[in-house]
Design a protein around this ligand. Structure first.
Ligand code: ZN
Ligand code: ZN
Length: 454
């Protein structure tokens, strides 16, 4: 009965989730259960959205998720690598498939004006008060995981093997995945044959899916530069070595790394994101601090960019007449590097085919290589490697996206429009219903494809 029922199930959720009219006779018991499940999922989503917790502080969120997984019949372990949660459901012999959702929120003060907007205040890493918001949509990811966990638990006759639900802390900051792996995610629990994860994207309309096979998302490293000089009176620059002017030269020269040193088309970024120096209008300081965000598709490109940054800093300092003892200091923390994310080709194609069957080809888009980073990438970097697949679910209002088609970002209202197009914005506001429903439908369809009974 497996195959017929799977077809019926996926066809059923296709109609259901695209909000097409569903005739009563086409609804089987699974679709009805999803129908019934949504209000509960929405109330969980709104609760989580209005109760965000910062990275590595996800105490209440993880406890709530653990409780709900237990209620769905999973055997649950808590405090894995911090506040990580692992839920296991065994259903006979068969593949081990893991679903991962991240739980943490961001130090952003929400400005969406939604009735369930977060009003919480917390402490950022410097100890300052900050608003807290699920501005990266991790509340949607957890809701989709719990929804999928529930649907799959209620339909054990459709699959065999072991399901592993992973609720991960600390994605922002790149510590959570590594901490869970270090705490025995793949040794204390069944080792997955496949791991699936997803992220909302405001660039795609809700009700759609996007993915890229192979190299899919960038690696990311923060780089810190201390430009040193010889300080003194602003009126006598000839008696100083001005690090402000030198910093300006370095910043402009850094722009040539991508344009002149990397081959055209290599998706990379060198952004100088902060510059701090000086205390008063009449003093030339003795140092300026810069911080950079560097993004790249591979370790080889990363190394090329890093050596160019160092060469440009030192070369500019030599040109400015700085002695060896005052060369700029360039540093980075490799332990906080996000490695590039790679989607296993075979797994991506298998999932892509089932997404197209479930939603229709016009709802499944090719994603571009994304220059933002994800610590999901660490799950595949095992020995031997674990095939992983990370995809995007559209989260924006399709009518809104249609209305701004072809417009430049500067033509959009910075508050009501531009802020809705990017993650980490105080105006980020996914359309919950279609996004969550599509998310659960896609995840269940992919899992059933991997775990279906022969
Ligand atoms: Zn984020
Ligand atoms: Zn995120």
């Amino acid at each position: 009965m497996g195959k017929t029922k799977i077809r019926f199930f996926t066809a059923g959720i296709f109609f259901f989730f695209l909000n097409l009219s569903v005739h009563a006779q086409n609804k089987n018991e699974i679709v009805s259960s999803l129908d019934k499940k949504y209000p509960e999922l929405e109330s969980f989503y709104k609760y989580m959205h209005s109760h965000p917790e910062l990275s590595l502080q996800e105490k209440e969120t993880s406890a709530t998720i653990a409780k709900r997984l237990r209620k769905s019949g999973y055997s649950v372990s808590e405090n894995i690598g911090g506040y990580g949660v692992v839920g296991i459901m065994k259903n006979g012999e068969g593949p081990v498939v893991a679903l991962r959702a991240d739980m943490d929120a961001l130090p952003v003060t929400e400005k969406t004006g939604l009735p369930y907007a977060s009003k919480l205040i917390g402490k950022d890493k410097n100890g300052n008060d900050t608003g807290i918001m699920h501005a990266c949509g991790h509340d949607i990811h957890c809701t989709v995981m719990l929804g999928s966990a529930g649907v799959l638990a209620e339909n054990k006759d459709l699959w065999h093997g072991t399901l592993v639900m992973i609720a991960q802390p600390g994605e922002e900051g790149c510590l959570g995945a590594k901490a869970m792996i270090k705490d025995g995610l793949f040794t204390r629990f069944p080792r997955p044959n496949y791991i699936l994860g997803l992220h909302v994207s405001p660039l795609f309309p809700s009700g759609s899916i996007a993915f890229k096979e192979g190299e899919a998302m960038a690696g990311s490293l923060s780089v810190f530069i201390t430009v040193r000089g010889i300080g003194g009176h602003a009126a006598m620059p000839n008696l100083t070595k001005d690090p402000v002017v030198l910093s300006a030269e370095i910043i402009m020269a850094l722009q040539t790394i991508l344009s002149r040193e990397l081959a055209p088309g290599i998706p990379s970024v060198v952004t100088v994101s902060s510059i701090h120096g000086g205390t008063a209008f009449n003093i030339i300081p003795d140092k300026v601090e810069l911080s950079l965000s560097v993004r790249y598709p591979s370790p080889e490109v990363r190394d090329k960019i890093l050596s160019a940054i160092k060469r440009i800093c030192e070369g500019s300092a030599v040109a400015a007449g700085l002695p060896d003892a005052l060369m700029p200091l360039v540093s980075y923390q490799m332990e906080k590097e996000y490695i590039p994310l790679y989607n296993n080709i075979e797994l991506s194609r298998k999932a892509g085919t089932v997404f197209e069957k479930t939603f229709g080809k016009d709802k499944v888009f090719p994603a571009p290589f994304m220059t933002w980073a994800e610590d999901f990438a660490f799950y595949s970097h095992e020995n031997p490697p674990i095939p992983t697949f990370f995809y995007f679910i559209g989260a924006n209002d399709p009518l809104f996206l249609e209305s701004i088609k072809g417009k430049a970002i500067t033509e959009l209202d910075p508050v009501s429009a531009a802020g809705r197009l990017t993650l980490h914005s105080p105006y980020f506001a996914p359309s919950p219903e279609n996004t969550i429903k599509t998310g659960v439908a896609a995840m269940c369809a992919a899992v059933l494809e991997l775990m279906k009974k022969k």
